[in-house]
Ligand binder design. Structure first.
Ligand code: CP
Length: 308
């Protein structure tokens, strides 16, 4: 059987995605049913860039399924520091593990690895490009909390230029009927032109605004906040100028619809004040929990493990 990888959120059809989200919801409800389904299986987490949620949730996901974990958490702690290529690394890791999740600062590095791999490779974030498993997490959260993935007005706020979660989320939600986007960013951090072109080509309604105010939030079902991606800026002065452009605090949230969900892939820096955390609309910590269920469902799917 051909080895299946996950490089982009569009690698799954909408039907496959529905199945995966159903599986994730079943895992949430019946954890014990899945506790030994991956006994003897191993996931390798190959992280060339820092991570808390993605790496640890992949590891928790495999352990929740009865499997085990090996890997490295930085370039410096692997033979990449001696000059080994990702292509060679994955050929080696294919001898040690059944599936691998790779995060890399270079766009396309997980794709290069997948071409040489005999085990499924998951893109766990490649540079400013894509973050498909964050998108699985996001859409599982949205579907679970809102009950649908279509007919939603989704505001996305912050660093829309470098935020890879944003690019993956827009691509994925664009496949559902009745989606519209409000893209909220400073001029210098607007979505890349290829994202805008793709929205236009699909006739998906969107607007681009600078202010996060009552008018902007009035019709939103979801407000997806993002941090300014310091690590992708060419100079620190630009980052400092931009970093506090948006701060969602309790006062500002008063202006938003009562049933709007605030999401954030996390980590946050200053863009959501901690006084928002107790508001019922603050869903970002639940979102992180959904990340474990989404990754458990993904591991089962890519390993081809059928569940009764
Ligand atoms: N959301 C996300 O990718 O977080 P980490 O960088 O902590 O993995």
């Amino acid at each position: 059987m051909a080895v299946r990888h996950l490089m982009s959120p569009l690698d799954f059809t909408v039907e496959e995605l529905d199945h995966l989200l159903d599986l994730a919801n079943d895992i949430e409800l019946h954890r014990e049913k899945y506790a030994h389904i991956c006994d003897g299986k191993r996931i390798a987490t190959l992280f060339y860039e820092p991570s808390t949620r993605t790496r640890l949730s992949f590891e928790a996901a495999m352990m929740n399924l009865g499997g085990s974990v090996l890997g490295f958490h930085s370039e410096d702690s692997s033979s990449a520091a001696k000059g080994e290529s990702v292509a060679d690394t994955i050929r080696i890791v294919s001898c040690y593990a059944d599936i691998a999740a790779m995060r890399h600062p270079k766009e396309g590095a997980p794709l290069v690895a997948s071409l040489k791999s005999s085990i499924p490779v998951i893109n766990a974030g490649d540079g400013g490009h894509q973050h498909p498993t964050q998108t699985l997490t996001d859409i599982l959260t949205i579907r679970s909390l809102k009950g649908r993935l279509g007919n939603l007005t989704v505001g996305i706020c912050g660093d829309l230029k470098f935020g890879r979660t944003v690019h993956s989320l827009i691509a994925s939600l664009s496949r559902y009927e009745g989606i519209s986007f409000v893209l909220i960013s400073p001029e210098e951090l607007k979505v890349p032109s290829y994202v805008r072109d793709s929205l236009r080509a699909k006739n998906i309604p969107y607007s681009e605004v600078v202010k996060l105010d009552a008018d902007t939030m009035a019709d939103l079902d979801i407000l997806y906040m993002t941090r300014v991606q310091r690590e992708r800026f060419f100079n620190e002065a630009d980052y400092v100028r931009m970093k506090d452009f948006y701060i969602l605090d309790r006062e500002k949230l008063e202006l938003a619809p009562k049933d709007m969900c605030v999401l954030h892939p996390l980590p946050r820096v200053n863009e959501i004040a901690v006084d928002v955390d107790d508001d019922p609309r603050a869903c970002y910590f639940r979102q992180a929990q959904y990340g474990v269920y989404a990754r458990m469902a993904l591991i089962l799917t890519l390993l081809g493990i059928e569940v009764d």
